[in-house]
Structures are given as structure tokens and as C-alpha cells.
Design a protein around this ligand. Sequence first.
Ligand code: PEP
Ligand code: MG
Length: 902
Amino acid sequence: MKYVYFFGSGKAEGNGEMKEVLGGKGAGLAEMTRIGLPVPDGFTISAEACDYYFKHDRKYPKELTAQVQANLTRLEKATGKKLGDPFDPLLVSVRSGSARSMPGMMETILNLGLNSKSVEGLAKRTGNERFAYDAYRRFVQMYSTVVMGLPKDDLEEKLRQLKDRLNIKDDTRIPAEHLKSLVDDYKQFYEAKSGKSFPEGPADQLWGAIAAVFESWMGEKAVTYRRVEKITGLLGTAVNVVQMVFGNTGENSGTGVCFTRDPSTGERDFFGDFLINAQGEDVVAGIRTPMPLREMSNRMPKVYKQLENVRKTLERHYRDMQDLEFTVEDGKLYMLQTRTGKRSPAATFRIAMDMANEGLITREQAIERIQPDDIERLFYPVIAPSTKREDLAKRKIATGVNAVPGAAGGKAVFTAHEAEDWASRGEKVILVRRETSPEDVGGMHVAQGILTATGGKTSHAAVVARGWGKCCIVGCEVLEIDYSKKLMHVDGRTISQGDWLTLDGSEGAVYEGQIELARPEPPKAYSVVMGWADDIRKLRVRTNADTPFDARRAREMGAEGIGLCRTEHMFFKDFEQPEKSVERQLAIQEMIIADTRESRQKALDKLLPFQRRDFIGIFEAMNGLPVTIRLIDPPLHEFVPHERKQQEDLARKIGVPVEKVIRRVEQLHEANPMLGHRGCRLAITFPEILEMQVRAIIEAAIECQGRGVKVFPEIMHPLTMAKREMEILEEATRRVADRIISERKVKLQYLVGTMIELPRAALIADQIAEIAQFFSFGTNDLTQTTMGLSRDDAGRFLPEYVDEKKTGIFAADPFQTLDQEGVGMLIRWAIERGRKTRPGLKVGICGEHGGDAQSVKFCHRVGMNYVSASPFRVPISQLAAAQAVIEDKAARESGKRAKARD
Ligand code: PEP
Ligand code: MG
């Protein structure tokens, strides 16, 4: 089996499509070589070798040794140099790279091939002893930490002490003889700690590095990153062995990271960081604060021009924004990496829109590029526009580099562990670090925002935070952080752990204290791309809203009606007039405690005006759009107090003996209330509740219609399970509704339908559809009852069912992402059966799954008319609905092609 792929001199065995095997970096290097860009020669050991390594008790496949040797020989031939040569040595970098980008989470070793002899050769050949020993120093340092796992800080400390002794700030100023002694010092440290001498043989070094890169795939930070990013199903990491090029040979050299467009805004600016006379990781690690890329046009105009051309070539080639790494060695440009660049949510929309308008991609491709998370993150907060400028000025304590836009507030913490700890207690935190390293990824993930004292826009912190759309400020050099005391000094003030900070990632501003945040207006590109999605999608997207406020907000987000209005929510709270909430609660409680029909009716009469007013508000907000109103659903015990004191209170207020309240509460107790007296079963046993609710709906609709509001009420019965049950409900509904309509002498169209949320209802959907004019799948309950999983309690063990490492029983939480196999089968059946009886049957979904992209795509495939999602998830569903159409089309076309081939 082939495990190693060569690239060099304009030819490559691999290509850009082979990400799974070569990893993103390897595939990028191969592809750049193929299209004639300047790439140093090298070879990639495939991720399949890594997969083998972990599956076979950390043993390499038997072919690997010979293949690596053959490719090394080929590399030596191509470069005219030999690894470990004492006169003119070949040096290589050994880098990780998996199919999905995991910035900084795995290992890299540079300058491999140096030993006590070849370093002399390098010094002579380059005529630069300082450079040669600096390279050697870096290699020994990296090898010690990465391969041998020695503590990085100890080695860094030795370097720091040396600089202090020499009174030098900049690494590049350390004279050669001191670097020599530093190398000796490192080697002694290596020997003392590991009990072995530092490897001199280049082959030993190379295999040590290969193993270390493979091992880093299972390292804690990489595993954590994959968990938080939900990356699964990859083979492992590839290993790239590439001829070293040096950005630190003098002022005519340098290294940089850039993006072909601005990853924060998406604008078509060539954007990045550059360091003169620096090597490899210096930019990414955020140790030195680099200069902006455009400075390079002054310092190295010719190379900059060349880089500009590379930028154009790569964007045209990949048709997406690229994240590039390059090095300039003595005025010659080398490309070291190209990959799809991580970008902020706003940039995702902007780049998709611009590229479609530029003809680089189609509109459909633009839509496919947006992920549900991008939409959610687009609405991350900003500083409330109402905040006074003077107030902001007073609180501002520092300005750093605005790496990821959005704003965030939280309590300052200075370590990633502390961040995780505090966040697990429900605290909002801002993680403040000198720089972040990949070990910090867990803490970064839970923090509201990230603030670092060093680093540029392409530093580790910025790249990782950007992928999450998380507010991040880097290079805030005025911060004097004292980790041991858990505080920082800035602007003459001291911020201790636990003190509140607010960050404005768009401005790079750091504020002391808590400042109000608000949701931002979406950018223009958002409306444009969402407009394209609207043109394509077949599914309508409604919202679940119980209040006029939510209904208005959902409509602003693009909702095309209400798919579920849970009327019982109105019993708890008066959303428009909060002071009336108690009155409402009392009325419903009085209704429940009542033991005669008359007294129940009296209480219901009090509730009627409240309900009518709510419905009027909702109809107005949804003028012209359908509104599905579901009658009362939860078991009645949810509305009455269970504690003695509150029971006494209630008894006093409604004028009944407390014993009566207690008795009634006891009567309502059920061992299994979710399967008990709830849903339409309440309307069957207490028809007067149904009558009140239907009356409120119809009277509200008539009133609105009289004022010119277009109303389309759809009255929905929850939890039905039998045809006769549905018949009773429908008759009762129409009796009340039609009487009012005829009394008022008006015309009003309304529908009567049901939720399908019990397996029995799904199974006999053909019978239910004889009565019901529409179905709405209540997939929360349908999941609960199909799987026999309690939606309230399953959280205790369900995570184990979805943990890939533990059991992997389900790919996702079935209460979030629809179980298409099981619950989905019932849904398909019910739609098919329902439409057999009633061909035009309107079908939707109103469980939480209506706002989950994967589930929405399923709803499209099974032919639903609409999905209904909570207001903020409406755009996610709209996008998923459009993507479903595109995926459908692609599947049909590939099916056709396959047929034609047969
Ligand atoms: C459902 O069961 O999916 C549903 C929408 O109803 P509820 O969540 O109110 O039970
Ligand atoms: Mg339900």
C-alpha cells in the first residue's frame, strides 16, 4: 500500500482533492506544486499510516520504513543535499496536518537534520554562524519538548535568562557563541531529564519526529479541540516532511501568514501579518507582535507583488478564501501552506455573496457555504448603541488588535483551567492571557471572550476564536499580567481575578466593568444570501411563538406564520401587562380547583378576555400569515402550588378552604404525568376549557378581521391518538366557532387540525386525516413516546449514548436532531397515510427539531409543507431548507449520471 507521496520540481503524486489521505496541508502543498507555485520540495506520509499506527498498538505499517527512505533519497536528489551532511546539510520541517484544520493543536518540528557536525557545515555554507546556531537552538528546543515531552517553560526560561544576562530583548541579537552555549545547556537538560543523549543521527531524529506528530493526534489538546469542534470520522494526521527554507537569515528574509480576504469582515483586502528575519512559528505563536502585511509592500516590494499574484491564483483555483503561510528566504518567496481560511460569521456571508457576484461560485454554492452556526454567531452581541460615549471613554483601559468582532463581558480569569472551572459554576468569564497556546482550547471555548497581551490577527488565539465567532482581542501590549497573583496592571489600575471586563472585539477596546450589550443588525450580505435561499427553498418556515412580542420578532427574522402558539404559556404570565400576571394565574388556578361545572365556567369567564387579547396581539403581528394555536396541553398539576404556604395563599385568594386546595392537588397527582391527563384529554374531560379557548380565538380573529387584519387561524389539538377522539374535538371546536361566526354574521375561514405526537396517531394517520385538516408533528413528544425516553430526565444518561468514545449508540441527541431512522419512519408513514385520505393535507413540524438543520432537511425530503422553529432559529431553518433543495438536486443528478454509466 502506498503511504508516502512526493512533491517537488513542479510535480506531485498527490493533489488538492486528497485531503482525507494527505491532510489539508499535504493536499495544499501537492496542489500548489502542481499549479506551479513556489513550494519547497518534500513528501507527505499519509493519515492512513497514522490510522494504522493507532490501530496496531503504535506500530508502523511494514512498508513505511522503505517508503520514507526512498522518498528521503528522492528529496536529497532533488535538493542536491543530504540530511545530516557535515558540509551542506539538508534540513527539513516535520509538520502535522489532518483533513480538517486544527490550528496549533498538533506538533511541528523545524530544522531537523542539524547535529553538532552539520550545524558547522550550515554555518560555513551560509557564512552566518549566528543563524546556524539559532536554527540549532530552535531545533533542540522543539525536539526536546515535542518528541521527549520536556517542559517548554524550562527551556524558554533558559533563553529568557540568557537574554537578561546579555541585556538583549530581541532573540535575533544574541551572538553566536552564546547560542552555542545555550544549545549545550539544552542538550545537558535533555540528557538529565531523559537519561539519553540528544540524538545526532538524522534518521533517529526523523523517526522520533514522525512518531511525535502521530502521537500529537491523540494529545489532550487535539482531542479536546475535536470534541468542541465536533470533528469526527477522520483517519488521523498526515506528516509532512519538507525542505526547510529560512525566514531568519537576515533583513531580506521573513515569514508571514495571510488571508486572501479579510477574515473578520470578508472585504477583498489582502490581509495578514509579517515578521522580518523570523522563522516559522513566530507569527502563529503570537510571541512577537508582527507588522501588517501591507508593510511588506514597502520593505520587499518585489516579493510582495509576487505574493499578490499567488493570492489571485489560489483564490481562482480554490474558489474560496485561503489562509496562506509563506517564507521569504534571501528575497525568494516560498509558499508553505494554503487552506480554506477560517472566518467570522459576517465574513462568511460577505465572501459567499462577493464570490457569487464575481462569478467565482454559483449562488447555490454560496448558500451551501453557510453553516447553521454562522447564522447563530452572526447575532452575537455588540456594545449597546445606547451606551454613552463618555461612559465608554471613562471605562476604557486598553486597546489591542481587533482580532474577532463582537462584544463580550465577563469576569477576568487568567488561566484556561480557571475559565473552565468558573464557567462550570455558571459564571461568565473573559480569559486573559499573555498569549494563548493550544492547551488553552477548553478554557477559550467556555469563555465569553479572549484577551491576550501579545500576538497578531493570525495568532493562535485569533484563529481559533474566529472559527467560533468568539470576541477576541490580541496584542494588547499594555497589559502587565501577573499569573502568580492572578491579576493584571493596566492604565494605572489593577484588575484582579473575578473583576468584570467588557471587550469590544470590533474596536479592540477593553473596558473595565459591565457594559450593556445588544444584538447587532445583520450585514447587507446576510439579507442578500438569505434572499437567494428564499428563492430556492420549497419549505415554508414558521415560528413557535406565544406572545405578540415573540411573534413580531420572529416576523422580523423572516417567519412566515406561527406553527405553534402554546396557549398555556399565557396562563402563567401576561407578557404585555406583567402586572396582570397574578390575576391570570389566579383565574386558571381557580378553574382547576373548581369542582362543579358552574364554578369552573366562572373562572374560565375570567380567563377569556386575557386569552382574547393575547390572540389579537398575535394575529396583528402575523397579519396576512397563518397562525396555529394549540389548545391547552400540560397536565393541570403544573398550574397549582405544591407547597403548603402557597396553597394557603391560593385558598385565601379564591375563597375556598385550604383542605379543598390540598385535596385537589393530591387528586391531580400522577405517577407518570407525561403519559397522563394532558393534551386533548383535558378537552375531552373538561370541554368547557376547549370552549373558552376556541371562543377566544374566534372572537379575536373576528375583531382583527373587522379592523382589516388578515387572519388565518388554525386550531390545533395536541396529543390525539384516536379517530373518535378527533371527531369529538373537531365537533366541539366547530360548534363553538361556527355559532360565533353566524351570530356575528361574518365570514371567517379557519382550520381544525391536530398534532401527531404519539406513535398510535402516526400509525392510524389515515383515519385521523379523515377529520383533521392539517398535521403538525410534535416531535418532542413523538421522540419521547417512540423511544420511551423521558424528555425531562433522559439528560442523566443520554450523553453516554451519544458519546462516540463511550458507546456511539446515537450520532446525536434525538431530542435535538431528529432520529430519522426510528421516529422518522413514523413521520414518513403518517404523511403518506394522511395524504392518501386527504391529498391536500397540510403537514408541518413544531417540535424543537424544526430549528435543527439536519432535521429540516429531512422534513423537506419527506414532503412537509412547513417547519416551525423558535424565533432565533428561523433563519437557520430557512437556510437548511434551501440547502435541502440543492442537495436533492445534486443527488438526483448523480443518480442520473450513475444510471447513464450503467
Ligand atoms: C412537541 O411535543 O413536539 C411539541 C411541540 O409540544 P410540546 O413541546 O409543547 O409538548
Ligand atoms: Mg407535545
